[in-house]
Design a protein around this ligand. Structure first.
Ligand code: KIV
Ligand code: ZN
Length: 540
């Protein structure tokens, strides 16, 4: 895969789920979970994975390094690390990226007057000098250097052109144009890219990339307008997760370019009828990637979300169903199968053996190591005992739940509730503590889940606030697996937890213990620096 291609060839997909996506409150992932997502992103076919901000913490460094080692192979994607425009950040990123066959350093500095005055406290000429010096410094480690003028959308165009010209002259091979605060409209964003093409003299020596946030819900529309005006790399995240309202959603961009390729082909110099894909993405991996990211980050996908929402392909209304049955194209512009949404087939039952289990998982695209397979198989057997027929979606729920690699500091051994319309909901829980003790406690609550959470709190003794609780069923039917996702707040940080079980009280308890374990692990590892809001003064 060659990302340094001619600017008109096709669209480069740069995925920043593991960097900008992970910056959303509560989406924190550990190293193993980041690796699981990176592997899936490689299967999806993204060209570049922005694996993290290595200077943020030792955990972030390790994650970028392991992704570089295990996913950044010669036939895999380019692995990118973010670095502020400082020597320390750039050197740390270069070290983390060393094992990658195709490493990229992405360095940035803000260019809008508002950022210069209040955040950086620097003059324009200082920013120009830092850009030149730090891009050249990054280039001394790797050939592939990306430069971003942060808050480009609100920067003065003439100054922006000058910064970009200097960055390219210093060796940047990609210039990325961020709408950091999601302020621009599509026509403004398109004009910005056109202006850069027309006014940066050496622009043909770099690929123009775009990055944008969804504060006004315009990120995807802005990017498509940018493509029409010459942008050839799109920076996006799975399910559109990211700071505040999120980033541009990868699945929406890719499917827009796929479904409407006749419209976009001419902007890439192709005949309208060309069938050649505009991106390298294997669209059939989209749904699976979306589910994995949602389960591991605890960021739920809204049911009416384009492409991957639960209702995106559900034809609820009678009129639509009638139309779709007569001819799919009456109400469908794309096929559910094109994003990998297969029919929910009943595949296994309680007599199915290990081999059948393994081979169905393989067909679904999951290759588990021996240990993971053993654990998943036990879960499958338990499920098959309760539920006669196990479907693909059940298997996927088990595998995604197993992909969570949260250290089991506290382990849920037992949970029992008594409740009903004339009794006070009471729960008893037994947890194994990090030092191996088994502690049991009980509590009364306003409902069974409240009682369970209060009983767990009595054992764990960490003050926190539950801020979100949601239950979703994986399949239809009374015996379906229930997936519980929660978010809790501890001091100023948010942690998510996920649990899956046919008993939603057990799933709720698992989700809570899972979030508490994330909280404990994070306390042990310390905080990460935020690349954009951190102590900029001290390091620039
Ligand atoms: O939104 C932004 O400006 C960023 C930069 C670091 C590229 O995320
Ligand atoms: Zn961003």
């Amino acid at each position: 895969m060659n990302t340094q291609m001619s600017a008109t060839d096709r669209i480069i997909i740069f995925d920043t789920t593991l960097r900008d996506g992970e910056q959303s409150p509560g989406a924190t992932l550990n190293v193993e979970e980041k690796l699981a997502i990176a592997r899936q992103l490689a299967r999806l076919g993204v060209d570049v994975i922005e694996a993290g901000f290595p200077f943020a913490s030792p955990g972030d460094f390790e994650a970028v390094q392991k992704i570089a080692q295990q996913v950044g192979t010669a036939d895999g994607p380019t692995i990118c690390g973010l670095a502020r425009a400082t020597q320390q950040d750039i050197e740390t990123a270069a070290n983390a990226l060393k094992p990658a066959a195709k490493p990229r350093i992405h360095t940035f500095i803000a260019t809008s007057d508002i950022h210069l005055e209040y955040k950086l406290k620097k003059t324009r000429s200082e920013v120009l000098a830092i850009t030149e010096e730090m891009v050249a410094y990054a280039k001394s480690f790797v050939d592939d250097v990306e430069f971003s003028p942060e808050d480009a959308g609100r920067s003065e165009p003439a100054f922006l052109y000058e910064v970009l010209e200097r960055a390219i002259a210093a060796g940047a091979t990609t210039i990325n144009i961020p709408d950091t605060v999601g302020y621009l409209t599509p026509s403004e964003f398109g004009r910005l890219i056109k202006g850069i093409k027309e006014n940066v003299p050496n622009v043909d020596q770099a690929i123009i990339s775009v990055h944008g946030h969804n504060d006004l819900g315009l990120a995807v529309a802005n990017f498509l307008e940018a493509v029409k005006n010459g942008a050839r790399q799109l920076e996006c995240t799975i399910n559109g997760i990211g700071e505040r309202a999120g980033n541009a959603a990868l699945e929406e961009l890719v499917m827009a370019l796929h479904v409407r390729r006749q419209f976009y082909n001419p902007f890439l110099g192709r005949p309208p009828e060309s069938e050649a894909p505009l991106t390298n993405i294997d669209t059939r991996q989209i749904y699976k990637t979306s589910r994995l990211v949602s389960n591991l980050t605890g960021m739920l996908v809204q049911p009416n979300k384009a492409i991957v929402g639960a209702n995106a392909f559900a034809h609820e209304s009678g009129i639509h169903q009638d139309g779709v049955l007569k001819h799919k194209l009456t109400y469908e512009i794309m096929d559910a199968q094109s994003i990998g949404l297969t029919d929910n087939q009943i595949v296994l039952g309680k007599h199915s053996g290990r081999n059948a289990f393994r081979s169905r998982l393989k067909e679904l695209g999951y290759e588990l190591g021996d240990q993971e397979l053993n654990r998943a198989f036990l879960r499958f057997k338990e499920l098959a005992d309760k539920k006669k027929e196990v479907t693909d979606w059940d298997l996927e729920a088990i595998v995604n739940d197993e992909a969570q690699q949260v250290p089991e500091l506290f382990k849920l051994e037992h949970v029992q509730v008594s409740c009903g319309d004339h009794s006070r909901p009471t729960a008893t829980v037994t947890l194994r503590t990090p030092d191996g003790r088994e502690l049991t406690d009980a509590a009364i609550g306003t409902g069974p889940v409240d009682a369970v959470y209060k009983a767990i709190n009595r054992v764990v003794e960490i003050p926190n606030q539950l801020i979100e609780f949601s239950v979703q069923s994986v399949t239809a039917g009374i015996d379906a697996i229930g997936e519980v996702t929660i978010r809790l707040k501890y001091e100023d940080r948010i942690f998510s937890g996920h649990g899956a079980n046919t008993d939603i009280i057990v799933a709720s308890a698992q989700a809570y213990v899972n979030a508490l374990n994330r909280l404990f692990a994070a306390i042990q590892h310390g905080k990460s620096i935020h690349p954009q809001h951190g102590e900029v003064q001290a390091v620039l």
